[in-house]
Design a protein around this ligand. Structure first.
Ligand code: SF4
Ligand code: SF4
Length: 116
């Protein structure tokens, strides 16, 4: 038994740490990582389908102000909005939401069309 414990201790002493020295050692994301939702506002038509599909009420659209807003602290990365978007303007990017000192929303503005 004592021999086993000594062996385990030696193995742990000589092996690489199981944890990363984050953020010095950057995280490597897999292609399946669900980090955060992004919106290509050039393609978005502000139809609000994503708002209605979101189970976490994390999204809001203001047609008059031409804005799309996400509350990243409410989002549960389910991708329901990404799948429902008729314009494929939403995507799930692998990077996790940046750390913040206070809970805030992220608002994107749709640029005015040149022919409007
Ligand atoms: S469903 Fe797509 S096109 Fe419609 S408001 Fe949401 S992001 Fe924009
Ligand atoms: S990923 Fe899910 S929870 Fe997050 S905004 Fe889209 S529908 Fe809502």
């Amino acid at each position: 038994m004592g021999f086993q414990i000594t062996g385990m201790a030696l193995k742990n002493l000589l092996s690489r740490p199981a944890t990363k020295l984050y953020p010095v050692e950057p995280q490597v994301y897999t292609t399946q990582t669900r980090g955060h939702v992004d919106n290509n506002m050039d393609a978005c038509i502000l139809c609000s389908i994503c708002v209605r599909k979101c189970p976490a009420t994390a999204l809001a659209v203001d047609k008059e102000a031409r804005t799309w807003t996400i509350n990243p602290f409410s989002c549960v990365q389910c991708m329901a909005c990404v799948r429902a978007c008729p314009r494929d303007s939403l995507s799930m990017l692998p990077e996790y939401t940046a750390v913040a000192q206070s809970m805030s929303t992220r608002t994107l503005v749709k640029p005015e069309d040149e022919d409007e």
